[in-house]
Design a protein around this ligand. Structure first.
Ligand SMILES: [Zn+2]
Length: 106
């Protein structure tokens, strides 16, 4: 399944998954398969957790990591949902073979 991509020029990151949309800062990014795959992984994670709990868990993981590592960058990259997304964003076949709640293995 593909999700609608919306260009949001004032976005402060290159891409964001805001269920059920993928927001990108630049129009060209709408054609970046790696970025779109990364954000699509997040939308699947969100759908599997009935959306709101996904965002709550994402935030709580981030805050826990911030406390644990003491810096934003590491706190962000160690969020379990980001670990799954970054690990698989370059695998074109990943979305077809991904298992339910796959993030729990990261
Ligand atoms: Zn991400």
């Amino acid at each position: 399944m593909s999700y609608p991509v919306i260009v949001v020029p004032f976005l402060n990151v290159s891409g964001m998954a805001l269920f059920p949309f993928i927001l990108v800062k630049y129009k060209a990014d709408a054609n970046d398969p790696v970025l779109i795959r990364h954000e699509t992984i997040h939308l699947k994670q969100a759908a599997e957790l009935l959306v709101i709990p996904f965002y709550v868990m994402y935030l709580l993981h981030y805050l826990y990591n911030l406390y644990r590592y003491g810096n934003h960058r590491q706190a962000y990259y160690q969020i379990i949902f980001e670990r799954e997304a970054y690990r698989n964003e370059n695998d074109a076949a990943y979305l077809n073979k991904r298992r339910f709640w796959a993030w729990r293995f990261y």
